[in-house]
Design a protein around this ligand. Structure first.
Ligand code: C2E
Ligand code: MG
Ligand code: MG
Ligand code: MG
Length: 280
């Protein structure tokens, strides 16, 4: 009897695993066709400067209009793209699309910076620097208006390559931001070793601000450290007025989150900027 129950459990486990595997395989096949099929779109989430109360940046966030499943968020496909190597083509598409949009904004005197997420595999691919250089040149971008975001764990995967690449990007004037700061295997050493222009405090610290004294202490310490090191700082996932007030009081530079806006399609983003500049 017990043996039978165990057998069923194993069978159940296997079929769940098999389904997940089939699902991933399907995503992988569909993903390979998504660029050609023009199924990707960049959405833009505004970044607010807390001192001036104006919007000074946008983070490009990838959305996939899947022909059958509707809109998919990166959580549903970025890992698969990373594992299969498809991330290289997808990442190139993202960089190009973001730079093209930044060029359009700059031609319309819309002075905001563009943040682009880069995965480890893409960051350490042999031609990332050439690609960025080529785009900055072709689209005549102010180099410091382009900021690449990478997580600290990914950055630490290959310290020697990361050091070289960071210096090359810094020489070009392109910014480098540490995404989800505080959640990885943080090593303060890289803040000394790499030319990092920005830290983005992970939203888990922000969402805890009202309930956790530890989070409040950590966030204010990160703010103080960033100021002392002359590194710009963005708080991610700001959802309430109270969180914004805490951040502003401690002189955090920028905030991003649903309190202001989720990521928007480009036309909505333009309207958002217009509306908010009319208010101030
Ligand atoms: P991330 O870079 O940390 O981006 C912030 C994520 O938090 C976004 O999720 C955004 O929609 C969400 N978010 C923003 N404000 C709030 C808030 O107030 N509350 C909550 N709960 N969430 C908020 P999204 O767009 O689903 O992206 C998830 C992750 O996928 C990103 O995290 C980034 O690591 C990755 N990703 C997005 N676009 C790209 C891309 O083009 N290339 C690569 N390699 N990764 C990307
Ligand atoms: Mg990011
Ligand atoms: Mg991230
Ligand atoms: Mg983040």
């Amino acid at each position: 009897y017990a043996k039978n129950r165990q057998g069923n459990a194993i069978q159940l486990f296997n079929s769940a695993l098999l389904n997940a595997f089939k699902e991933d395989a399907q995503i992988e096949r569909d993903l390979a066709l998504a660029i050609k099929g023009r199924q990707f779109e960049l959405y833009y989430q505004p970044l607010k400067d807390l001192a001036t109360q104006s919007y000074i940046g946008a983070e490009a966030l990838l959305r996939w209009h899947h022909p059958k499943k509707g809109v998919l968020y990166p959580g549903a496909f970025i890992d698969i793209a990373e594992q299969t190597g498809l991330i290289n083509d997808i990442g190139s598409w993202v960089l190009e699309a973001a730079c093209k949009q930044l060029n359009l904004w700059q031609r319309h005197q819309i002075d905001i910076s563009m943040h682009v997420n880069v995965s480890a595999r893409q960051f350490f691919s042999s031609n990332l620097f050439e690609q960025v250089w080529e785009l900055v040149t072709r689209y005549r971008l102010k180099p410091n208006s382009l900021i690449l975001e990478i997580t600290e764990t990914e950055l630490m995967e290959d310290i020697r390559s990361a050091t070289n690449l960071c210096h090359e990007l810094a020489a070009l004037g392109v910014g480098l931001a540490i995404d989800d700061f505080g959640t990885g295997y943080s090593s303060m050493r890289y803040l000394k070793q790499f030319p990092i222009s920005k830290l983005k405090i992970d939203r888990s610290f922000i969402s805890d601000l009202s309930v956790s004294r530890e989070s409040r202490e950590i966030v204010s310490a990160i703010i103080a450290m960033a100021s002392a090191l002359n590194i710009s700082l963005t708080a991610e996932g700001v959802e309430t007025k109270e969180q914004e007030q805490f951040l502003a009081k401690h002189l955090c530079h920028q905030a991003q989150g649903f309190l202001y806006s989720p990521a928007l399609r480009v036309s909505e983003f333009g309207q958002f900027l217009q509306k908010s500049s009319a208010i101030h």
